[in-house]
Design a protein around this ligand. Sequence first.
Ligand SMILES: [Zn+2]
Ligand SMILES: [Zn+2]
Length: 296
Amino acid sequence: MEILEIAEKTGVLFYRRRYGNGFRPHISMRIDGVDFHIDTSPGRGYNIITHAHTDHHGLRNIKNFRAIASCETSVILSAISGENFRGIVHEIGEKLEIKGIEIDTFPTSHMDGSSAYFFRDYGILVTGDVKRFEKLPECEILVTEATYGHPSNRFVDEIDRVVESARKGLELGAYPIGKAQRVARILASNDVGFRVEDERISKLCSVLGIEHEEGDARIIPPKKVVNGYVLSAQTFYRNRIVFSDHIDYRGIIELIDHCSPSYVIFYHGNPTRKLLQDAESMGTRSLTLKDVNVHL
Ligand SMILES: [Zn+2]
Ligand SMILES: [Zn+2]
């Protein structure tokens, strides 16, 4: 039973919180008697919000004084909810100390504000969703995502096509939280003007200080695209430009290689049997939430 093995080696107990017939989302850990809940509803102890995407449950922690998030994540959550985030905020790269436990933070470039949390004294790295892993440290236990955990997911972002299409004045469909701001920054830095008509997109661009010229191109939610492209790595969109805020399958393997952990726990996304096998063949014991069989 790997979870107890990990507990014995590191002193950290990974567990899931029971709720109804199932569990609260994602994963929790108990470190020196202090509980940290990752990307989930509020619990006793502290809640870490790796980034502002709704499936990581930051909005449920908006009033939680013991929620931990980066400044940008808190700004985004506050803008979306219309309420002030009340938790503990930090710059990405800053070291936190919670009840004597030191936590380093690192960028993952998944979206504005996305941060990884490294419990250095215990060798545990919690990444959240990942786009770039170069700045992440080596660790003993890697707690990470597998959104593109199927080997068929191989892609490279087509940034040039994004810029070209915007120059032609086409519509660019981007998920309003995170991806739309990344597109906005890319266009602004290439001196391509655009319009934003979606309220959420323009609000987030404005609270994040993204300035731009006006132009014919439009950044809109994917559903509204008529004359242009949806920016996505999902293959079911007919008119798409490959543009993802995640690493692809190969990226997950490279992330593991980069951090060279003894264990990887996929706490989010879709780890396939092949991914687990590939990780094992690199000498990394690989676990999913099903293997986290301590339930409290
Ligand atoms: Zn995300
Ligand atoms: Zn996610």
